[in-house]
Design a protein around this ligand. Structure first.
Ligand code: HEM
Length: 149
């Protein structure tokens, strides 16, 4: 059996070994604490990520891509990624965006749908629109590593 990846939480499935590298996160963090505050700090980010991940799994349009994937791991790694980029005091230990989404067949429409789910989660957790848009602009360039054509 493959040993669990470092940093794995109880309940996570093992993944193929990969090099843990903070650069895997795929974006430069914001400076200052303005964005972390706008997202409600680590507690707010946790709530947004949990809501966002649940909505993607439950989504009638893209839920199929998430079916049978490890929701526990995804909640942890996405939390780390968002928290790091928002400069809320975390490091990212997950895979890089290209490897994480390899051969998944993600299309632009799937990406749009996922962004809508993220917008709903941020709005539900009262993140101001200007901060939402700044964050989405950080994630947008990852598209080229995630969407397949
Ligand atoms: C900017 C947009 C996106 C970001 C920031 C993002 C971020 C991430 C992160 C951090 C992981 C976990 C990496 C790891 O396990 O080490 C992940 C995995 C995953 N992502 Fe995304 N993602 C994005 C877009 C998408 C889209 C559009 C889809 C499909 C509709 C998708 C489906 C998945 C799935 C199914 C996994 C689990 C893969 C696995 O466990 O093997 N992602 N993503």
């Amino acid at each position: 059996a493959t040993p669990p990846a470092p940093h794995a939480m109880p309940g996570e499935e093992a993944v193929d070994p990969y090099r843990v590298d903070p650069a895997n996160v795929g974006a430069a963090p914001f400076t200052g604490d303005g964005m972390a505050r706008a997202f409600g700090g680590q507690h707010g980010i946790r709530r947004i990520v949990d809501r966002f991940v649940r909505s993607n799994f439950a989504d009638p349009r893209i839920g199929e891509i998430f079916a049978n994937q490890d929701q526990v791991r995804l909640k942890r790694t996405l939390f780390e990624q968002f928290c790091y980029i928002l400069a809320a005091g975390c490091t990212y230990t997950g895979r890089d965006m290209r490897s994480a989404h390899k051969n998944m067949g993600v299309q632009q429409g799937d990406m749009n749908r996922l962004v809508e789910n993220l917008q709903r989660a941020m709005t539900a957790e009262k993140v101001p629109f200007a901060a939402q848009n700044r964050f989405l602009a950080k994630l947008a360039p990852m598209r080229g590593h995630i969407v397949e054509r």
